[in-house]
Design a protein around this ligand. Structure first.
Ligand SMILES: [Fe+2]
Length: 370
């Protein structure tokens, strides 16, 4: 059944975190659990504490990257707080995944997280609030969670895990230009993939087109820590997140996931690198090409691929593997493995053009650069 899911409310403004207490009063929350990590806690802990005066709240700040099911179960045992009505996740993708998972376990202690799937209701018993501290992942508005189960990665999802509320405050985001670039490019690719995915709709198209335009025009300024540009990038990352969460990510993610894992390149840089080749490949489909042409008109260009490469050059995002100083012989040696990992990637199912092994090989080879 076609359905479009997004948070019930999005609060947004720079420094709005200082009014978290007012937001919680507005939402009639009383007993609040805040999930975060040590890094965020050391930077923003005091600020959060002072905005939460008069609330019964507790911090849990021991979230590690790619959280394990075991660590979530342990956390739930430790939390022991009566009548939690609200869980707030403040952090990047891993923290928000952790917060979603704790919300499931506190609602249904006997539920096995491995059984979460898109088709069976979860029935959360508490309000889930997401406060993202990077501008890119879209986890504050997405239905997915990625967990580690012993040594395998589990990608699970259910639309009830789309947070009830998202709070967007760009004052929480990093000042490091490299992180701003890689996370912003991730959002840029989310928007392109949401737009071209075979599950796209007019709802997701509208959000994706606008996010592409805003990120294109503002990411360079945001990297120089222009506050207005950072506000816009933070909001457009969430717009792109709503778009891909209701549509899909596709071939650039399937290529970038295996490339990033093999050569230890961060997610946004990896998926961004392959985007120009994916646009070229997907342009063989007439309807998808017409969508790219629409974006080209928005960006005031005749050639969307040239425009993206020019944009990448202006911010230092590579579009050739050789620019990452990966030797050609090492890259070629790994191509079969890259292809087989990409073929197993579930994101491929959303690509508008069917992708075969030889297509992947061609793209991987061309992406190295001459
Ligand atoms: Fe992504």
């Amino acid at each position: 059944m076609p359905v479009f899911t997004l948070p019930r409310r999005i609060y947004y403004q720079r420094d709005i975190i200082d009014n978290l207490g007012d937001i919680l009063r507005n939402e009639k929350s009383k007993n609040v659990l805040i999930i975060t990590d040590r890094n965020i806690m050391s930077i923003h802990g005091k600020r959060l504490e002072s905005s939460l005066m008069n609330f019964n709240f507790k911090f849990f700040d021991d979230v590690k990257p790619e959280p394990s099911i075991e660590s979530i179960e342990k956390a739930v045992d430790e939390i022991n707080m009566l009548d939690i009505d609200t869980i707030i996740g403040i952090g990047g993708g891993s923290v928000l995944d952790f917060a979603k998972s704790v919300a499931i376990k506190l609602s249904h202690p006997d539920k096995d997280l491995r059984d979460v799937n898109p088709f069976e209701p979860i029935d959360l018993k508490l309000k889930l609030i997401a406060i993202p501290t990077t501008s890119g992942t879209g986890s504050d508005v997405s239905f997915g969670i990625v967990l580690t189960d012993v040594d395998r990665k589990l990608a699970l999802g259910n639309y009830e895990l789309v947070p009830y509320i998202s709070i967007l405050d760009s004052s929480l985001t990093p000042t490091n230009p490299e992180i701003i670039r890689s996370t912003g490019i991730d959002a840029f690719v989310h928007a392109f993939e949401a737009l071209s995915a075979n599950t796209s709709t007019i709802f997701t198209d509208a959000l994706a087109e606008k996010a592409i335009e805003i990120i294109y025009k503002n990411l360079g300024k945001a990297m120089r820590n222009d506050e207005d540009a950072k506000d816009l990038i933070h909001l457009s990352a969430t717009m792109a997140g709503i778009a891909f969460s209701n549509s899909g990510t596709a071939l650039a993610h399937a290529l970038g996931h295996s490339f990033g894992a093999t050569f230890h390149v961060v997610h946004g840089t990896s998926v961004g690198l392959f985007l120009p080749y994916v646009i070229e490949f997907n342009s063989s489909d007439e309807y998808t090409r017409s969508k790219y042409e629409k974006v080209a008109r928005i960006l005031d260009t005749g050639d969307i691929i040239d425009k993206i490469k020019e944009f990448y050059d202006s911010i230092g995002q590579p579009y050739r593997v050789k620019d990452l100083n990966i030797p050609k012989n090492e890259y070629i040696k790994m191509i079969d493995e890259l292809i087989s990992k990409s073929l197993q990637d579930s994101e491929l199912a959303f690509n508008p053009v069917v992708v075969g092994e030889e297509d992947l090989r061609n793209i991987y080879l061309r992406a190295y650069g001459d």
